[in-house]
Design a binder for this molecule. Sequence first.
Ligand code: SF4
Ligand code: SF4
Length: 386
Amino acid sequence: MEPKSILLEMREYLMEMGAETLDRCMHCGLCAGICPWRLVPGQTGEQFNIRRMQRMGQLGIEGFEEENILFACSTCGMCQNNCPRGVKIIGNVRAMRASIVGGGMPPASLRPILGGTHANGNPWSGPREKRSQWQEGLDIPAFGPDTEYFLFVCCHSCYDPRGQKIARSIARLLQKGGVSFGTIGPEESCCGESIRKVGDEELFQKLAAANMELFAARGVKKIITTSPHCLWSFKNDYAELGAEWEVVHYTEILSRLFAEGKLALPGKVEAKVAYHDPCYLGRHSGVYETPRELLGRAPGVETRELARSHGQSLCCAGGGGRIWAEVPMGERFGELRITEAVDAGAQVLTTACPFCVNMLTDACTSMDKQDVLEIKELSEILAECL
Ligand code: SF4
Ligand code: SF4
């Protein structure tokens, strides 16, 4: 009798934590077949099977999978978008992770990330007072009644030197286009998108509550995000909590500026450039053409398409908390992406997400391809043309 009730309790817990569609799974295995883990060698690739995880969830089996397997999903959305039964696979994975993390047993690799976020409000453990360091010298006003948009800069771009360059490029383009925007800075907390995906629901709720209170107090109505992860979270996670802001990714604002004739690119970048669709901008948010249109506006750029693009785009492996995972060389999704870019004849691989830039740069360096392929955020290419 007892084991039965434990199983039922676990099933109920998973349902409560967001796995409402778990029972729809009919075990066709399509998800496991199209998962990028099928494309790389190594132990995780051999063991990771998302269909099996759905089954374990249905049965309420505690523990689900070994830690390195349960936390291996990058939440790229490829399986979920193709599931014939509409199973919200990522919600199921998040709930399974929550059963471990919520019990105070996160994987060792995530402990400093979660601890740092508790202490500093961001996963990079950056001091709050340095959150605005990226904007030094740019003369960006504080968000207030006189500014239309609140520019929310991803924590990665607030603290990572490479990411800071991306934030500066975006801000310069917005300024050039005459957008009325401001920042808040030190009081902001991480959007919590990846924190929630690794299963720390309590910490996500804490971050979200702090942001919602802050944004309400400052009168925020319209938000521009630099990262597709913040975009997705504000539009989905925060909407669940009652947020009603208008949220756009920076590429969407830039596209509008060009259409209205408010932004021009007098310079040029002469290069063959391929665009990598970030999972959270493409598959998760449906923005595929806007970044391509912007790239096409950069004088001198010759565009190339990667073999896997749009809805079939290959994940960089930075989502779902995987940006903090140690993956052996030769087993990284990003390495496949670098090969695709080189095969497409690109000299530059561009994208519109700071996490993708991070992962693709690592992959390019580990493959020693820096001499033939440069990784750039789209805003950097456009800003070079200003
Ligand atoms: S594709 Fe959907 S229905 Fe098929 S095994 Fe995966 S989760 Fe289940
Ligand atoms: S979301 Fe992506 S990485 Fe995760 S199981 Fe599905 S296809 Fe694999």
